[in-house]
Design a protein around this ligand. Structure first.
Ligand code: NAD
Ligand code: ZN
Length: 356
C-alpha cells in the first residue's frame, strides 16, 4: 500500500532543522506530483542550515531543503502530455516564472524571478512527495540510476562552467578545489576533450579521489601557499605550459588569485566558487595578459546533455556518492555532511526502494 504521509526536511531558521509531516501537494495544471527517490545534500543546504541565508537569500519562513533530486511520477496535472505515472525523472530545480529577455535568449538561469528549489522562499524537494513543473522533469532511461539522476544537478554546474570557459579538445585545464563541484568539473572537462587536467586542494583525501577520477596532476595546497608560486607549480606540472582555462571551485581568495596567475595570456578564469562578496585580485595581471574572468550562476540547458552522457557511460558520477541515509535519518546526514564526511551524501526518500 502506498504511504500517505509526506515526511519533509524543513529549515525553520538558522540551526533549526526539523523532520516533519507536511500535506501531499496536488499537482497543478502543468505539474507532476513526484514520489521522491534520491536527493543529494548540497553545500548550500548546509549553509542555509548553519547561517540562515546566503547573501540576499534569507530564510524568513520554514523552507523544505534539497535541490539535487530524482524521483518517479506519481500523478500528472491535467495539462501534462509528455510524462505519465511511473516515469522515472531527474528534476531541474530552476524554473523560470517569466518569459523575460533572459529566457528568450536561452539564459533563463539569469532570470531574476526564477523559481529555485530550496532557495528562499521556494521549497525544495527533500521530502517523500513533491510537485514540480513537468517541463523541468526529464525522463531517465533505464540505464541511468536515480542517484545518477540526482547527480545531474551538480554535474550541470560543471557543464555550464566548462561551456562558459570554452573547454574543448586538447584544452589544458586547472581546477581549484576537489570538492563535489571541482570533481564534476574534472569529469566534464575530461568528457569535453581536455588533454591535461591539474587539480589542487587542501585535502589530500580529495586529491586522491581526483587522481582516481582521472586528474593528470594533483597539487596539495596550504592556506599559506603563495598564489604566484601555486601558478608556477601548475606550469611546472604541465611541463612549462600554462592552462588555457582555470575553473575556481573553492571560493577562497587565494585560489582566485592563483587562478589568475596560473592561466595563460588570453585564457579564461571561470568563477564557480562563492566566497566573500568582494576579493582582492591582481587586476593589472588580468588586464595586461587579457585573462577573461567569467561568472557562473547555476546552469541552463544542461539536463538533456547530462542524461545523454550518463546513458552513454561517457561520464561516471557514481564514485562521487560516498554516503547514503534514509530520509528518516536526515538530521544525522546533515551533521555528517557538515563534518565533511566523504564527497556526496544521498538521502533516500522512498522507504520501499533504497537502491542507488
Ligand atoms: P566544498 O566545500 O565541498 O569543496 C570546496 C573544496 O575547496 C574543498 O575540498 C576545500 O578543501 C577546497 N579549498 C578550500 N579552500 C581552499 C584553498 N585555499 N586552497 C585550495 N583548496 C581549498 O564545496 P563544493 O560543493 O565542491 O562547492 C564548491 C564551491 O562552488 C562553493 O563555494 C559553492 O558555493 C560553489 N558553487 C557555486 C555554484 C554556482 O552556481 N556558481 C553552484 C554550486 C556550488
Ligand atoms: Zn547545490
Amino acid at each position: 500500500m502506498e504511504q500517505q504521509e509526506n515526511l519533509s526536511v524543513v529549515l525553520y531558521e538558522r540551526n533549526d532543522l526539523r523532520l516533519e509531516k507536511r500535506p501531499i501537494p496536488e499537482p497543478g495544471h502543468n505539474e507532476v506530483l513526484l514520489k521522491m527517490h534520491s536527493v543529494g545534500i548540497c553545500g548550500s543546504d548546509v549553509h542555509y542550515w548553519q547561517n540562515g541565508g546566503i547573501g540576499d537569500f534569507v530564510v524568513k519562513k520554514p523552507m523544505v531543503l534539497g535541490h539535487e533530486a530524482s524521483g518517479t511520477v506519481f500523478k500528472v496535472g491535467s495539462g501534462v502530455q509528455h510524462l505519465k505515472a511511473g516515469d522515472r525523472v531527474a528534476i531541474e530545480p530552476g524554473v523560470p516564472r517569466e518569459n523575460d529577455e533572459y529566457c528568450r535568449t536561452g539564459r533563463y538561469n539569469l532570470s531574476p524571478t526564477i523559481f529555485f528549489s530550496a532557495t528562499p522562499p521556494d521549497d525544495g524537494n527533500l521530502c517523500r512527495y513533491n510537485s514540480h513543473n513537468a517541463n523541468y522533469c526529464y525522463k531517465l532511461p533505464e540505464s541511468v540510476s536515480f542517484e545518477e539522476g540526482a547527480m545531474i544537478e551538480p554535474l550541470s554546474v560543471a557543464i555550464h562552467a566548462c561551456r562558459r570557459g570554452g573547454v574543448t579538445i586538447g584544452s589544458k585545464v586547472f581546477i581549484l578545489g576537489a570538492g563535489p563541484i571541482g570533481l564534476v568539473n574534472l569529469l566534464v572537462s575530461k568528457a569535453m576533450g581536455a588533454s591535461q587536467i591539474v587539480i589542487c586542494d587542501l585535502s589530500l583525501n580529495r586529491l586522491e579521489k581526483a587522481k582516481q577520477m582521472g586528474a593528470s596532476f594533483t597539487i596539495a595546497v596550504e592556506k599559506s601557499t603563495n598564489p604566484k608560486e601555486l601558478g608556477q607549480k601548475v606550469k611546472d606540472a604541465l611541463g612549462g605550459a600554462m592552462p588555457d582555462i582555470s575553473i575556481e571551485c573553492t571560493g577562497a581568495e587565494l585560489c582566485m588569485q592563483a587562478g589568475i596567475y596560473a592561466t595563460k595570456s588570453g585564457g579564461v578564469l571561470v568563477l564557480v566558487g562563492m566566497g566573500k562578496p568582494s576579493a582582492n585580485i591582481p587586476v593589472l595581471d588580468v588586464a595586461i595578459r587579457e585573462v577573461d574572468i567569467r561568472g557562473v550562476f547555476r546552469y541552463c540547458n544542461t539536463w538533456p546533455e547530462a542524461i545523454a552522457m550518463l546513458a552513454s557511460k561517457r561520464i561516471d558520477v557514481k564514485p562521487l556518492v560516498t554516503h547514503r541515509f534514509p530520509l528518516e535519518e536526515a538530521l544525522e546526514a546533515f551533521k555528517k555532511t557538515k563534518e565533511g564526511v566523504g564527497i556526496k551524501v544521498m538521502l533516500k526518500c522512498d522507504p520501499n526502494n533504497q537502491n542507488p
